[in-house]
Design a protein around this ligand. Structure first.
Ligand code: PEP
Length: 254
């Protein structure tokens, strides 16, 4: 391993895959990735496939993540899913505040912080997503936006909870567009994020937090991105939907 922090590579399937398709995919991943110990590997299927996928990856090196959860405890919240319900399927991670949810469901950093606290209360590890839009990058306010999102989305977390939280830096302009941040842009943003974590928490916590890069990660760019000193993994969308591409991203990152 090239750094103290173990790489964490997660596949975000988004609103894709029937149960049968999801099972096909994880059966393939289980076979191709057997024995890989250098990377923590996570798959994040839609809610509808969690139960079946959970059974297939039991006793494997694949871990299960969800794509969202409610900030509320079980109760009268129609259409929502509570952390306790995810735990039933041995979910370990939960993606929070993905830019698509910030954009389409108008999720605020304040709400994401509540979800992160609820996740920790249930011993789920949140993957908190942040990232600037193209307009914000062009205006030169990327760092301001990242700092605001970090302050808001991590509000109220203890140092211990933060150390078990993952941050995903996902420049919105690079998600699903085929445009990847250059390795330098990614490293600069990650180093900045770690600096903000030092000021919000402390140096020891900031050194432990894994910061993933997300935005058009593919087998061809994974190695260079993952070799950056502050890049500790990837959150992969499109390329996580096929056995070959997700496997190659992981193998190329080792
Ligand atoms: C994502 O949505 O988290 C993502 C990074 O998507 P893609 O890899 O398709 O750009």
């Amino acid at each position: 391993m090239h750094k103290d922090r173990k790489l964490l590579i997660a596949g975000n399937w988004k609103m894709n895959k029937t149960v049968a398709e999801g099972l096909d995919l994880v059966q393939g991943l289980r076979r191709e990735l057997a024995g890989v110990k250098e990377v923590d590997i996570v798959v994040c299927p839609p809610y509808t496939a969690l139960s079946e996928v959970s059974k297939i990856i039991m006793d494997s090196n694949l871990r299960l993540g969800a794509q969202n959860m409610s900030e509320q405890a079980p109760g009268a919240y129609t259409g929502e899913i509570a952390a306790a319900m995810l735990k039933e399927f041995s979910v370990r991670y939960v993606i929070l505040g993905h830019s698509e949810r910030r954009q389409f469901q108008k999720e605020s950093s304040e709400l994401i912080a509540k979800k992160a606290l609820a996740a920790h209360a249930a011993s789920l590890k949140p993957i908190v997503c942040i990232g600037e839009t193209l307009e914000e990058r062009e205006k030169g306010v990327t760092e301001q936006i990242l700092e605001q999102q970090l302050r808001g989305s991590l509000a109220g977390l203890s140092k211990e909870q933060m150390a078990e939280t993952v941050v995903a830096y996902e420049p919105v302009w690079a998600i699903g567009t085929g445009k990847t941040a250059t390795t330098q842009q990614a490293q600069d943003a990650h180093a900045f994020i770690r600096k903000v974590l030092v000021s919000l928490f402390d140096d020891a916590v900031a050194k432990r937090v894994r910061i993933q890069y997300g935005g058009s990660v593919k087998p061809a760019n994974a190695r260079e991105l993952m070799s950056q000193p502050d890049v500790d993994g990837a959150l992969v969308g499109g390329a996580s939907l096929e056995v070959r591409s997700f496997t190659d991203i992981i193998k190329n990152s080792i």
